[in-house]
Ligand binder design. Structure first.
Ligand code: FNR
Length: 182
């Protein structure tokens, strides 16, 4: 059966560079995979009290949706050298109730995208730390630190750099091999 890949974008911005970069990556995925972008901006901030008494419908729907995927691809901006709260909140919501994490055992890969020079390195590794605890085996190589992204995309959001396009090809090939191991 063809695997389902969930795409998470840690930015809610309409013109998000992460979203644009993700769109360049997903079209490289082999046609045997089904991928879907997962909405995370409608999830209320996680509150264990509410979750234990009256879990919001948005939490329940999100957890069911996460459970329906076989693998994940996460694109993150860097906010103050870490991941945006909206992405951390989504990881937290999907990880509860305790012992029923919907992320458990599902393979993943991380791409950090930034207009800055440091390429979202801090966010990339903070995200990897979360995924380690969530027991999501995460692709190690090639590392995807995408810096100075504004110079890599044209007005239509397409990658213009041959070097970056080549890296994306290698990344997708490695990701496909990786998720087939699980
Ligand atoms: C940023 N930005 C940023 N960039 C970076 O490389 N390192 C950082 O630590 C931060 N910190 C930061 C904090 C906050 C609160 C904001 C709003 C922004 C800039 C960030 O990379 C830029 O806004 C990107 O365009 C965000 O990604 P999207 O929305 O384009 O995908």
């Amino acid at each position: 059966m063809s695997k389902r890949i969930g795409i998470l974008i840690g930015s809610l911005r309409k013109d998000s560079f992460n979203k644009k970069f993700a769109e360049n990556i997903v079209i490289l995925l082999d046609k045997r995979y089904n991928y879907e972008f997962i909405t995370i901006g409608d999830l209320p901030l996680y509150n264990e009290d509410i979750d234990q008494t009256t879990p919001p419908t948005s939490y329940i729907n999100f957890r069911n949706r996460i459970a329906s995927f076989d693998a994940f691809l996460l694109f993150t901006p860097e906010y103050n050298r870490s991941i945006p709260a909206v992405l951390k909140n989504a990881l937290d919501v999907g990880s509860r109730p305790y012992g029923q994490s919907k992320w458990d055992g599902k393979p993943a890969a991380v791409v950090s995208v930034s207009p800055g020079n440091i390429s979202g390195f801090g966010a990339n590794h903070h995200l990897r730390q979360c995924l380690t605890f969530l027991n999501m085996p995460t692709l190690q190589q090639p590392e995807m630190y995408i810096g100075n992204v504004a110079q890599l995309l044209n007005d239509n959001g397409q990658i213009t750099s041959d070097r970056t396009a080549n890296l994306c090809q290698k990344f997708v090939a490695a990701y496909e091999s990786w998720i087939e191991k699980f």
